[in-house]
Design a protein around this ligand. Structure first.
Ligand code: HEM
Length: 363
C-alpha cells in the first residue's frame, strides 16, 4: 500500500537535477540511490529516495513502540538490539528533574553531524577516499582532532555502549543523535534506519565547518556534502539546544546559544536575527553570517515561531546528513520503534522566565 503511494512520487524523483551546484536547488539522490541503477528496490529505498528529494515526511510516529515478541527468541527481529541501547541512552540524555535533555544529549546531536560531515562529494566523485556517517569518530577516535573538541566524553560513553550491545558504530552514532533530539522537549522523532557499514579507515581531515569561516566558504563546504541552503538553515536550528565550551575563551564555559538550551524550540532563529544576543546567550559567528546570507535569510525567518514546520524540515534535512557516504541505503531497515516518544511540552520550563526578544519583521 505504502509502495503504491510512493509510486506517485516517481515522476518527481526523476525530474530533479542530480548533482547540481546551485545552493537554492535540491541536491538530489546520494550513495547507491544515485550510483546503482537498480535502486530503489526496497520500501526503505523508496522512502529514503523521496525524503532526500524533500517529498513526504521523515517523521516517525509519536510513540516509542513495545519490544517485539521475537526479541530474546531464536529468530529475533533485526531491530531488537536497539531497545536496550535506547534504555541506556535515556539514562544519559534525559534530566529527570526538568524533563529536558542533558549535556550528553547536546553532545550526541553534535556528534551525529560531525561523524557524517567528513563526507565530500568532490572526493567521492573523483574516487578519492572520503568518509561520512560511518562511525569513524568512534572507531578511530577522531574526537582527538581540534575541530571535534568537546566530543571526547560522549564518544567514550558511546564506545562503552557499542562494546556492551554489539551494534555498529555508524548506526550507534546516528541512533544516539536521533534519540537525543527527540529527548529534548519538542524535538522531532525522526525515522531511524539501521544497517550502515562501519569505517575501515579514519576520515580525511578538514571537512568539518569552522565557526569563524566566511559565509561563502561555509556554504561551499556544505554544498560539497550535498547540503543546500534550505537544508543548512533547518539543520542549524540544532543550535537551539547548544552551548559553547571552546569557541570564546573570554566567555564562561557552557554558555548557551539560545535562551532555552534544554528545549528544541525556534527561539534560536528569532534570537539570531536580533542585532545582539540576549543577555546570557552566546552567538556563533557562523550562525550570524549565515542568517544574513542571501539564500538563507528568508528561510531562517520562516522558521521563527513555526515549530511544526521546522521539525518537519529538520527531519528531512537530518535524514540526508545521516546517510552521507552510505552506499547501501537501499538495504537499510527501519528501526524507529525504540526511539523515545515525542515530548510536546517542556515540564521544567513551565514558569521559567525566558529572556524577552524583539520579534523580527517579515518581508
Ligand atoms: C556551519 C555549520 C556549523 C558550525 C560552524 C558549527 C559550529 C559549532 C560550534 C563552534 C559549537 C561549539 C562547540 C564547543 O564550544 O564545544 C557547536 C556546538 C553544537 N553544534 Fe554546531 N556547527 C554547525 C552545524 C551544526 C549542525 C548541522 C548541527 C546538528 C545537526 C550542530 C549541532 C551542534 C550542537 C547540538 C552543539 C552543542 C554541543 C554541546 O552543547 O555540547 N551544529 N557547533
Amino acid at each position: 500500500m505504502r509502495l503504491v503511494t510512493l509510486a506517485a512520487f516517481i515522476p518527481g524523483l526523476l525530474a530533479v537535477t542530480i548533482g547540481n551546484s546551485d545552493p537554492t536547488q535540491n541536491q538530489g539522490l546520494i550513495g547507491d540511490l544515485l550510483t546503482n541503477s537498480s535502486t530503489p528496490s526496497t520500501t526503505a529505498g523508496f522512502l529514503l529516495s523521496a525524503w532526500l528529494l524533500h517529498q513526504g515526511s521523515a517523521l516517525a510516529g509519536n510513540n516509542k513502540e513495545p519490544v517485539p515478541d521475537s526479541c530474546g527468541t531464536a529468530t529475533p527481529d533485526v531491530c531488537c538490539p536497539w531497545w536496550p541501547v535506547s534504555e541506556d541512552l535515556t539514562a544519559l540524555f534525559l534530566d529527570p528533574a526538568t524533563g529536558e535533555c542533558t549535556e550528553d544529549a547536546r553532545a550526541a546531536v553534535r556528534l551525529g553531524f560531525h561523524d557524517a560531515a567528513s563526507y565530500s562529494k568532490k572526493a567521492d566523485m573523483a574516487g578519492e577516499p572520503t568518509s561520512g556517517a560511518d562511525g569513524s569518530m568512534l572507531l578511530f577516535r577522531e574526537d582527538s582532532r581540534p575541530e571535534n573538541n568537546g566530543l571526547q566524553s560522549i564518544v567514550s560513553k558511546l564506545a562503552v555502549l557499542q562494546a556492551k550491545h554489539g551494534v555498529g558504530a555508524a548506526d550507534l552514532i546516528q541512533f544516539a543523535n536521533q534519540h537525543a533530539t527527540v529527548t529534548c522537549p519538542q524535538g522531532p522523532r525522526i525515522a531511524f534506519f539501521a544497517g550502515r557499514k562501519d569505517a575501515t579507515q579514519a576520515a580525511p581531515p578538514g571537512l568539518v565547518p569552522d565557526v569563524h569561516d566566511s559565509e561563502k566558504n561555509l556554504v561551499d563546504l556544505m554544498m560539497d556534502k550535498t547540503i543546500n541552503a534550505r537544508d543548512l538553515t533547518a539543520l542549524l536550528g540544532a543550535h537551539s539546544a547548544a552551548k559553547q565550551f571552546h569557541v570564546d575563551v573570554e566567555t564562561p564555559e557552557g554558555i548557551q546559544i539560545d535562551s532555552t538550551p534544554g528545549i528544541w524550540d525556534t527561539n534560536f532563529y528569532n534570537e539570531t536575527l536580533q542585532e545582539s544576543p540576549s543577555p546570557g546567550v552566546f552567538r556563533f559567528q557562523s550562525d550570524d553570517v549565515l542568517s544574513k546570507s542571501e539564500n538563507m535569510t528568508s528561510i531562517w525567518e520562516s522558521f521563527v515561531g513555526q515549530q511544526a514546520l521546522w521539525n518537519f524540515e529538520y527531519a528531512l534535512s537530518y535524514t540526508r546528513i545521516s546517510l552521507l557516504g552510505v552506499n547501501n541505503i537501499d538495504q537499510l531497515v527501519d528501526c524507529s520503534g525504540p526511539l523515545p516518544s515525542f515530548v510536546q511540552t517542556a515540564p521544567g520550563a513551565i514558569g521559567r522566565k525566558i529572556p524577552k526578544v524583539r520579534s523580527v519583521r517579515f518581508h
